[in-house]
Ligand binder design. Structure first.
Ligand code: NAD
Ligand code: ZN
Length: 390
């Protein structure tokens, strides 16, 4: 047989930064991140939902770039965000059109400021225009700062499936600007905390203990506690992506997707009325209780986890869990097969071996899982804390 195998190795710098007021006069972080050789063009996409909270943001950005040598601000554009923007390719096409019109090339920069959904859409446009232009993400929600924004994925929904179209692309840099954290709707600010809880559960028992100790401060969304949780979670997520050995998810093991198989199904079944964070909260509760039921962790450990979720006023249950298909099975159960299909290969679900340590399993026992769903329902109804906050 003639032929040869070649190894192609590519390395990326994954730059994660934390700041406050990135475009305020005197903040040099952004100008230091951007290479100013030649005369690079910069196109900024702002999520429309930010306008009422940051009416001066666009002006600040123009002022920031006005005197920067070697960079020219091509334009600032407001586009619609939130889950709606991922439903079809309209926002994606609009962004593509702008990237083309403003002559953004592979030496230019696209900056995007917005929540996780907006970052996903614009990230996908940036990853596919010219086969990839440099992207600087500025996540503006808890969830996008502590998880999705520091990751390497982007995409939009299609065929009724979440993130069916998308790509892996390492952003040029991610700037977590804490100024944005404090204007989000309370529900959004709170829901994103579950990704910090999740990453603590699968990677860092000490971080989980810190969350337990500060659960009241986190519940009250106190500035210092929220920011510390976001920063520690972001670093854990980025470190796992950079050092976990599978940044582009070629294998089937997905530690950062703890509790996500049921969550993805719940989001889809509620037509995204249940946010990603709230759905993950229910999914983490389910998988944690299941881990205890099949003897992987002690019941007392599972109780610690459920207590943290409840103290944060995040849901452990949602009525959609009760929906059954024609075969009498809970419809959420089908999410397991869909999860396997999405990963490809053998079913692999990460469960807990102890708080802070995950373990991959290749089977979920349906009866035991059903019992967990029932237990969470009883628990939620008894405490009156099952439903997400209105
Ligand atoms: N790419 C990934 O790896 C990945 C991982 C997890 C989740 N996600 C995606 O992230 C999305 C959820 O992201 P999210 O939780 O950030 O919600 P979101 O993007 O839907 O934003 C929620 C709402 O908050 C508003 N908002 C955003 N920032 C604000 C601010 N600073 N002040 C006031 N309002 C603000 C938005 O306009 C929107 O209405 C989902 O689409 C999910 O699929 C992606
Ligand atoms: Zn998630």
């Amino acid at each position: 047989m003639r032929g040869e195998d070649f190894k192609i190795q590519v390395s990326f710098d994954h730059r994660i930064r934390f700041t406050r007021g990135a475009f305020e006069a005197g903040n040099h972080l952004v100008s230091e991140l951007l290479e100013t050789r030649g005369r690079s063009r910069v196109l900024v996409f702002l999520e429309h939902g930010l306008k009422e909270f940051f009416p001066t943001l666009e002006g600040e950005i123009y002022a920031y770039f006005k005197d920067l040598p070697g960079l020219s601000l091509a334009g600032v554009e407001w586009l619609a965000g939130a889950e709606e923007a991922k439903r079809d390719d309209r926002v994606y096409q609009a962004a593509m059109g702008m990237i083309e019109r403003y002559h953004i090339d592979r030496h230019s920069y696209v900056l995007v400021l917005g929540g996780g959904a907006f970052l996903d859409v614009i990230g996908y446009a940036a990853a596919t225009a010219h086969r990839g232009v440099r992207l600087l993400r500025f996540p503006t929600t808890t969830l996008s700062q502590d998880d999705s924004g520091v990751g390497v994925k982007n995409g939009i929904n299609a065929f009724g499936k979440k993130n069916f179209i998308g790509s892996f692309a390492v952003p040029y840099a991610v700037v977590n600007d804490f100024k944005f954290l404090h204007t989000q709707p309370e529900k959004t600010r709170r829901a994103g905390l579950i990704e910090a809880v999740k990453v603590a559960l699968v990677r860092d028992g000490e971080f989980f203990r810190w969350i337990e100790e500060h659960v009241e401060n986190l519940h009250d969304l106190e500035e210092a506690a929220l920011e510390e949780a976001v920063e520690r979670s972001a670093i854990h997520h980025a470190r796992h992506i950079a050092q976990g050995g599978d940044p582009f998810e070629l294998g089937s093991s997905r530690p950062l997707d703890y509790g996500h198989w049921a969550a993805h199904k719940l989001e889809q079944m509620t037509d995204f009325e249940l946010s990603h964070g709230e759905a993950v909260s229910v999914g983490v509760a389910l998988d944690t209780l299941y881990a205890a039921r099949v003897g992987l962790i002690k019941e007392a450990e599972a109780e610690r986890v459920l207590r943290v979720i409840e103290k944060l006023e995040l849901p452990v249950w949602h009525e959609t869990l009760d929906e059954r298909g024609e075969d009498g099975q809970r419809r959420v159960w089908n999410g397991l097969e869909e999860f396997r299909e999405h990963l490809g290969g053998e079913l692999t679900v990460l469960l807990l071996k102890e708080v802070g340590v995950g373990v991959d399993v290749h089977e979920i026992e349906q009866e035991q899982w059903e019992a967990c769903a029932e237990e969470l329902k009883t628990r939620a109804l008894a405490k009156g804390a099952g439903e997400p906050r209105a």
